[in-house]
Design a protein around this ligand. Structure first.
Ligand SMILES: [Zn+2]
Ligand SMILES: [Zn+2]
Ligand SMILES: [Zn+2]
Length: 331
């Protein structure tokens, strides 16, 4: 069995904007919100397991177009959510209901989908996605409100040779309770995906204040940074080209450079992109993925940053490792 990662989407909220004439919106390339699938692929190119990370707009269409999940090959063994924001959850209804219906038509059991998300996000799902929560999802995560930079227990996945470990991050637009009570409810997580031969970091929807990624303090943050370091692939949130002077709900490319300089991945993949947050007339505005890649590579070379940098494409496949075994159960 091969362990692979497939990119389902890499857009920020809104995708292309209705009425916008910028270069990114004018391009008719398919778009979907930031999401990846972790897949085990057997010798017949069938999915032996499928773990989906985030399910924003357009993600279900990416799954349908994925050759390993196409038509009767469809399967979904677990859903991981970085957090509750709509650009990470808006396709939840379509995912849950269509998965349930198609399995039913094929005469297969229709158990609830095991879900991992932080307690803060679970509270939002119960309010915003009560229908899916009550009928289709099974939360499998401890209640906690750990501060940013905390390693949480690795997920229980019956997949040999695959370990997924969540690490808490701050994303202040999401770090609040749905009843708007005072106080911070940390709701967002990054994931470290390890096989026997590779490490992949999924680090998106982090605000610009996750300074612990660059300068960890104390044993907990140092352990988290050490697990995030020296990845083969770092998929990272890149909302703004221009450095921000004050705190922002997403990192700028300047933050990305500092984080990559400290974490030293082999390959940096830019995610959660948009043509809009920098504002009309500024660099970054209306940029296509090709323009983001060219501009990022120019900086990477000029500053001698570690490894490579680029924007991946929807449907692109990354090999994470191979092993002789198949999953221990059929989930
Ligand atoms: Zn636009
Ligand atoms: Zn987002
Ligand atoms: Zn968000």
């Amino acid at each position: 069995m091969k362990h692979i990662l497939v990119v389902n989407g890499l857009e920020a909220p809104m995708l292309r904007q209705f009425g916008c004439d910028c270069g990114r919106c004018a391009s008719l390339e398919r778009q979907a919100n930031t999401s990846v699938s972790l897949l085990g692929v057997n010798g017949r190119d069938e999915a032996a397991y499928h773990i989906l990370v985030d399910v924003g707009a357009g993600v279900v269409d990416s799954l349908i177009a994925n050759p390993y999940l196409h038509a009767h090959r469809a399967r979904l063994d677990a859903l991981l959510l970085t957090h509750w924001h709509p650009d990470h959850t808006v396709d939840l209804n379509r995912l849950c209901v269509s998965h349930h219906l198609t399995r039913g038509r094929r005469g297969l059991p229709t158990p609830r989908i095991p879900l991992w998300c932080r307690a803060g996000t679970a509270a939002w799902l119960q309010r915003e996605h009560g229908y899916e929560w009550n009928a289709f999802l099974q939360l499998e995560a401890p209640a906690e409100n750990e501060p940013p930079g905390t390693l949480l227990p690795s997920l229980t996945l019956p997949v040999p040779g695959l370990r997924v470990t969540p690490i808490t991050v701050s994303h202040f637009g999401a770090d609040r309770a749905p009843d708007d009570s005072d106080g911070v409810q940390y709701s967002c997580a990054a994931f470290v995906v390890e096989t026997r031969t590779s490490k992949t970091v999924l680090l998106w929807d982090i605000d610009s204040e996750n300074e612990w990624l660059v300068a960890p303090e104390g044993e907990g943050q140092e352990t988290a940074v050490s697990l995030l370091s020296h990845a083969d692939y770092l998929f990272i949130d890149t909302a703004f080209w221009r450095a921000k002077e004050h705190r922002a709900t997403h990192p700028s490319f300047d933050n990305v450079q500092r984080i990559a300089a400290n974490l030293r991945p082999r390959h940096t993949l830019l995610m959660h992109l948009s043509g809009h947050p920098d504002g009309e007339g500024n660099p970054g505005y209306g940029w296509t993925n090709e323009q983001w890649t060219a501009a990022a590579q120019h900086v990477w070379t000029a500053k001698g940053l570690p490894g490579t940098v680029r924007v991946p494409t929807i449907g692109e496949e990354f090999l994470l490792g191979e092993c002789d075994d198949s999953p221990h159960t059929d989930f």
